[in-house]
Design a protein around this ligand. Sequence first.
Ligand code: SF4
Length: 248
Amino acid sequence: MSPRRRTSVPNQASGRSPKPLPQTSAGLPPALVTSIFDRLDAMHPDADTELVYRTPFELLAATILSAQCTDARVNSVTPALFAAYPDARALAAADSADLEPLVQPTGFFRMKARALSGMARALVAEHDGEVPASMEALVALPGVGRKTANVVLGHALGIPGLPVDRHVLRVANRIGLVHTDDAVRAEAALCALLPAERWTRASDTLILHGRRICKPKPLCDRCQLRPDCAYYAALSPAAPRTRRTGRS
Ligand code: SF4
């Protein structure tokens, strides 16, 4: 099996957006939203999760380990972890103390070892050792929040999901796609702006844009979104804009 894989999308019933929340998107014309995400795609054609995995179980474990840690560091520890514990049954049989040395480089290692152990035991007890393909079941697992669940749904299970991390929040707010620092509200707003089949890639491109260009100190001169970015417009009020009108 390929170390990274993107499976086909649909099953939109399971990949539905969060429950309705107060509208936080900017009421942008659909064609402009499409254009913004098309340009993000063009700027980051390689966008995908950078976590290396072979199965939904491995991606779930790797994503739990990625909290407050770089993907590269997670990828440095998961080969040994998955060699020793290749599936949920093997991991469930381990003591969390046995896992601690393996995950120590990812930080918060005692908490993460407990989360991995609890997650695996719940998979065995409640899902026959398999990763469930629904948001509700995933977030009921120990150590699994909405962001982790969306990563697994979108990348390993072929179900649309839009993970929101700090990069997604920063970039989406700067562009003006959302107006909130709340991850659940931002997820709902972004999902409302896009067809379900674009959710996962939208998150991947926003994350890469935040890492590479729209950093905390943004590199706007390298960004194709300047004409439609609220943050850039505020910095450069004389700049030509297509925002909202769709015209140059
Ligand atoms: S124009 Fe600047 S602030 Fe706007 S998305 Fe691009 S890099 Fe970020």
